[in-house]
Design a protein around this ligand. Structure first.
Ligand SMILES: [Zn+2]
Length: 140
């Protein structure tokens, strides 16, 4: 799907907002060997963002929040016997966390897209910006 000019403008607004605060934006950040995100803080922020921007609290979707590493996105894992878990890639930076979290909330809010699909549009870009503002109110 083609991303509209309106959406690109909103994504750029988020990128500028993050760069002005020295947060690496998505795709300019590589997973590091050392964790960049404090898991306790990410837990708190994920819960806060779900409360503010999702129809349901995060606890409706997951019962655990765990750290992962590598090139994986921050996303939920619903493997049988493992419980529903939010896997936070703590080796990426806050810009990636914000982007992935905005996709996760977008997917949970839109039942027709629930199968793990993420997409880019003006609505998602606006949500990403609002989440970036919320996260950075409480970021180091
Ligand atoms: Zn995306």
């Amino acid at each position: 799907m083609k991303v509209s000019d309106e959406a690109w403008c909103l994504y750029e607004k988020t990128n500028v907002f993050l760069m002005e605060r020295s947060i690496p934006i998505r795709f300019r950040d590589c997973p590091s060997k050392e964790p960049k995100i404090d898991l306790a803080q990410a837990r708190k922020l994920a819960r806060r963002c779900f409360r503010k921007f999702s129809k349901r609290p995060l606890s409706f979707y997951v019962n655990r929040i765990e750290a992962i590493s590598g090139s994986t996105h921050t996303w939920t894992n619903n493997k049988k016997g493992n419980g529903k878990t939010l896997l936070v890639n703590v080796h990426k930076d806050w810009g990636e966390f914000i982007h992935d979290l905005s996709h996760l909330i977008q997917a949970k809010n839109q039942s027709r897209y629930r199968r793990g699909k993420a997409w880019h549009c003006a609505e998602h870009a606006a949500l990403e910006f609002r989440i970036a503002k919320t996260v950075l109110e409480d970021c180091p």
